[in-house]
Design a protein around this ligand. Structure first.
Ligand SMILES: [Zn+2]
Length: 144
């Protein structure tokens, strides 16, 4: 396990910027879904197929850490039930046909289904038909 998250504050990163927040094993990894206070995000309908594929990925996160991220956008509202699979205590990684890896917090599923967040099309494609996912890559270990 990697335990470098010291706080439960989410970091904000623009979609499709290089991911530097956690180990990338010298691969090109792009950020998706690192939403936070004060930053606008794309909104739009996403397919049920995408949402179901995203949920399956978020149920098997990598780089889990202590505590969990909370959704800034839900603060101050009546408390929503966030089941463990929707909580932000890890990341998912998927590899697209284009050869890009994407890193998203597991809260991305909550953002998509509760706040109408629409991730970049290339991420949606990769989630529906990933070439590989983080677990396949052995993300916890350094390449041998
Ligand atoms: Zn929320």
């Amino acid at each position: 396990m990697i335990g470098f998250w010291r706080t439960c504050n989410m970091a904000f990163f623009d979609d499709l910027t290089p991911h530097t927040y956690s180990p990338a094993c010298d691969l090109d990894v792009l950020n998706v879904g690192w939403l936070d206070e004060g930053h606008a995000f794309a909104v739009g309908r996403t397919s049920r197929r995408f949402q179901e594929a995203l949920l399956r990925l978020c149920e098997h996160p990598i780089i889990r850490h202590r505590g969990r991220h909370t959704c800034w956008f839900c603060r101050g509202r009546p408390r929503k039930v966030i089941t463990p699979s929707h909580a932000g205590n890890g990341q998912i990684r998927v590899l697209s046909k284009k050869g890009n890896w994407y890193a998203a917090p597991t809260l991305v599923y909550h953002y998509v289904t509760q706040h109408g967040y629409r991730p970049p099309a290339e991420f949606i494609e990769a989630v529906i038909a990933p070439i590989a996912v983080g677990a396949d890559h052995g993300w916890f270990e350094k390449p041998r």
